[in-house]
Unconditional design. Structure first.
Length: 178
């Protein structure tokens, strides 16, 4: 695995080192020792799958309230997404900044998103599956969100979302979030 820091502490692009031969390819998706050796300790306790039927489907921006924050490793296992992390950590030098990356089944890339960051994505293709590996067991009642088009973030989404949940559409701007 190759780790590439982004402009936001706690958000890391993870590229695969695939071994290829006449059968196809093989790559390790996660190894706690390799992540720790690279300076990004991460051990998942839960794995979830998001299935998305249509291109331009938005999920997010989601995060868990303190003290239930979670780190996650996100990758597209089918199709492609534009994945985004927004820094919501008060006092952080990158507070309210965002970073994003295209994750696809073809490029095998993942985004490691640390605690205190909001996460969301928009699908770039129909029939897209997104795999989440999360460092804690989900506890209902702590989920929060911010609006995908909040001017405080000014995220440059590559496509305008056309499908989203009522909940995601109704999140407040960050300035009015509690």
């Amino acid at each position: 695995m190759r780790f590439k820091a982004t402009g936001i502490d706690g958000v890391v692009i993870v590229d695969l080192d695939a071994m290829s031969d006449e059968r196809g390819a093989f790559a390790r998706l996660h190894c706690p020792e390799e992540f720790a050796a690279a300076g990004y300790p991460f051990t998942p306790l839960q794995t979830s799958l998001s299935r998305n039927l249509k291109a331009a489907t938005l999920r997010g921006l989601h995060y868990e309230a303190s003290p239930h924050e979670e780190a996650k490793l996100v990758r597209a296992t089918r199709g492609a997404i534009f994945d985004v992390a927004v820094d919501l950590r008060l006092g952080s030098p990158t507070y309210l900044r965002w970073t994003g990356a295209e994750l696809s089944a073809e490029n095998g890339r993942a985004l490691l998103i640390g605690k205190g960051l909001a996460h969301g994505f928009v699908t770039l293709t129909d029939d897209t599956d997104v795999l989440y590996q999360i460092d804690r067991i989900f506890e209902p009642g702590h989920g929060r969100g911010a609006r995908w088009d909040d001017p405080a973030f000014a995220i440059a989404w590559p496509v305008k979302p056309l499908v989203m949940s009522d909940r995601d559409a109704a999140y407040p701007d960050h300035g009015s979030a509690s």
